[in-house]
Design a protein around this ligand. Structure first.
Ligand code: GLC
Length: 530
């Protein structure tokens, strides 16, 4: 039965992204795992989130942090077992937390059985037809079939022993599936059922807009015809469950209307709002993205989502402390100075802004602690193909994936148990002692307490989550909007104090208000209107 009611959880949920390798290490090998996650469910329940999204947990050689999947129906032994995943789902549900898993339909690992069979099979074989194998150009086929560049840099084609080339939009270890092939479609429908049958409440769909392509005919792989049929069929599957399971697309498309087509009532339920994530800390740009978001979602009646960060982007504490505060993959460089105190202050304000906008809200682990991007990692420790394939020009995404600090004054800060044999797979900065969960819990004014309090109010106040909003009159550098007759958010992105609209009560503010009751710069407040 379809669950399209206004109360459907995914319309308003606060969803916490778990980057499993870096969340909590239960077995002491220095890598986060399911045992660690299960042991921290009380923390997540206490935080007041509605669901967790767990990044790929499948067997993987980790050529792209697990987005190179070798088997879509199993758990990597480094994380645990399928039985443990089932336990986790059960325990999360008992704690009132829904579970979203991550499916990667565009590609697999080069170690996946299908690709290994394709490599062993001859040119033109049915095994190769599941991928994009092609002859090269040049007299001896020594040139790639086209000049297409991969998203991670370098050619999108790699040559195999017999001289053919295969397509990979990402790293060479991530061969692209041929979505024109019915067996690929059938396989993923089966994978979907495999996880939904285990009680998974939602699926995050990786690189959702790039599945359909004809790389010989066109360099365009985004949003091609035929993509919507795939998700319509997935939606039919999701709707056979009661309540309907949520499909959440990772859809990076600059064209807002093209984006909204994925959210029609017979397709995905929601998609990440990257336009908002990428916006700079500037009132007019944020206002534009908020308006645009609401405008494009309205005709398809899908709820918007609001995201400040994830495992692919620079943490906002660092980003907002820089001179240029937007996020764009193409502009990522090393050694860009950041005023972390300013970034932290803005990130607190951004959190209150983001959590009070209409729709669902995503937060990325560590965001609630105010962690910054770790920028001084030793190059030898960096794993991300974005770093390696750019020749080190792009710092890569390791800096937002450093293991979480939970407690204690020295690394691993409770990330691993005290009798651990391994050290965290990426080193944590020494000053994270002050940012650990234990150091912040119950401490008035801490980053974590701000998040807990905001999430609590967001959950309890029916005006928040999905629903209407209207802008209130304000100075140009101030964003002020009401959610109903009583709740309003005011965020000051200017350099001077802002006067709050008439109100009965200040529910929460990112920093203390000025003595005269005005809102300082780079601050945000939730108020009860008079
Ligand atoms: C998505 C993931 C990212 C991954 C890429 C390729 O963008 O979020 O981490 O590298 O897809 O699977």
């Amino acid at each position: 039965m379809a669950d399209q009611t206004h109360q459907a959880w995914w319309r308003s949920a606060a969803i916490y992204q778990v980057y499993l390798r870096s969340f909590a290490d239960g077995n002491g090998d220095g890598v986060g795992d399911l045992a660690g996650l299960r042991s921290r469910l009380p923390y997540l329940a206490g935080l007041g989130i509605d669901a967790i999204w767990i990044v790929p947990w499948y067997p993987s050689p980790l050529a792209d942090g697990g987005y190179d999947v070798a088997d879509f129906r199993a758990i990597d032994p480094i994380f645990g077992t399928l039985a443990e995943a089932e336990k986790l789902i059960e325990e999360a549900h008992a704690a009132g937390i829904r579970v979203i898993c991550d499916i990667v339909p565009n590609h697999c690992s080069d170690q996946h059985a299908w690709f290994q069979k394709a490599l062993a099979a001859p040119s033109g074989s049915p095994e190769r037809d599941l991928f994009w194998f092609r002859k090269g150009r040049g007299e001896h086929g020594e040139l790639p079939p086209t000049d297409l560049q991969s998203i991670f840099g370098g050619p999108a084609w790699t040559r195999v022993a017999d001289g053919e080339w295969y397509l990979h939009l990402f790293a060479p270890e991530q061969p692209d599936f041929n979505w024109d092939h019915p067996a690929v479609r059938a396989e993923f429908e089966d994978i979907l059922r495999f996880w939904l049958d285990r009680g998974i409440d939602g699926i995050r769909i990786d690189s959702a807009a790039v599945l359909i392509k004809d790389p010989l005919v066109s360099d365009t792989y985004e949003d091609n015809d035929g993509i919507h049929e795939v998700y319509q069929s997935w939606r039919r599957i999701a709707d056979t469950y009661s309540p309907s399971r949520a499909l959440i697309g990772e859809v990076w498309l600059p064209d807002h209307e093209a984006f909204a087509r994925y959210l029609r009532p017979d397709e995905l339920h929601t998609a990440f709002n990257f336009a908002f994530l990428g916006a700079p800390w500037e009132a007019d740009k944020l206002r534009y993205e908020i308006d645009m978001t609401l405008e494009v979602h309205a005709p398809v009646a899908a709820p918007a989502t609001w995201v400040l960060s994830n495992h692919d982007v620079t943490r906002e504490v660092t980003r907002f402390g820089r001179e240029v505060t937007n996020f764009a993959f193409a502009d990522k460089r090393r050694d860009v100075p950041s005023d972390l105190a300013l970034g932290t202050r803005r990130a607190r304000a951004a959190a209150l802004l983001t959590m009070s906008l209409p729709g669902a809200y995503y937060l990325y682990q560590g965001e609630e602690l105010g962690l910054e991007e770790v920028e001084d990692l030793d190059d030898a420790l960096r794993e991300d193909p974005m770093f390696h394939r750019s020749g080190g020009v792009d710092p890569g995404r390791d800096g937002c994936r450093v293991p979480l600090p939970w407690s204690g004054s020295t690394a691993p800060f409770g990330f691993s148990p005290s009798d651990a044999t391994g050290t965290p797979w990426l080193p944590q900065p020494a000053h994270w002692a002050e940012l650990s969960v234990a150091a912040q819990q119950g401490v008035q004014g801490s980053f974590l307490e701000l998040y807990c309090e905001a999430l609590r109010i967001r959950r309890e106040d029916p005006a928040l989550g999905d629903g209407p909003m209207r802008w209130l009159e304000s100075e140009p550098h101030v964003l002020a909007f009401a959610r109903d007759d009583s709740f309003a958010n005011v965020t000051n992105l200017g350099t001077e104090a802002a006067v709050l609209p008439p109100h009965r009560e200040v529910l929460l503010s990112s920093v203390p208000l000025n003595e005269d009751g005005t809102l300082p710069p780079d601050a945000s407040a939730w108020i009860r209107l008079a």
